[in-house]
Ligand binder design. Structure first.
Ligand code: SF4
Length: 122
């Protein structure tokens, strides 16, 4: 049985291969640049003695308040081993602010806070 392969088919196959390699070359550095955040990354980010015990009042929608309540968020963790600062999804506060954010819960999040979605930072 004879397989017919036109020059056009061969050229298209070559172009597809080259395009795949080019995309891989572009994406590889982006993937390799991803770095997991460690506890050391957070060291010094917060001068704990300067952090107030609660976050400032903030305007939140009823839905945002519901999410915070449903996940039982509190500004002060009942467990010193588990707080937002050592949670995997905590977002550092902006420069000059004491409260950060969370990838799950809307609104300002206290570094010593806690909710039932806490995930250990590795
Ligand atoms: S998931 Fe909960 S414990 Fe983790 S940062 Fe958000 S509010 Fe804090």
């Amino acid at each position: 049985m004879k397989i017919k392969t036109s020059r056009r088919d061969m050229l298209l196959t070559s172009l597809k291969g080259a395009a795949s390699l080019a995309i891989g070359a572009v994406l590889a550095p982006l993937v390799s640049c991803q770095k997991s955040v460690t506890k050391d990354d957070f060291a010094g980010a917060q001068a704990k003695k300067d952090v107030p015990t609660t976050c400032p009042e903030q305007p939140l929608s009823d839905q945002d308040r519901s999410v915070r309540a449903a996940l039982k968020y509190v500004d002060s963790s009942p467990n010193p081993q588990r707080n937002c600062e050592n949670c995997k999804v905590y977002k550092l506060p902006p420069a000059g602010a004491s409260c950060g954010g969370c990838q799950i819960i809307p609104g300002q999040i206290h570094p010593q806070g806690y909710c039932v979605s806490w995930i250990a930072r590795l």
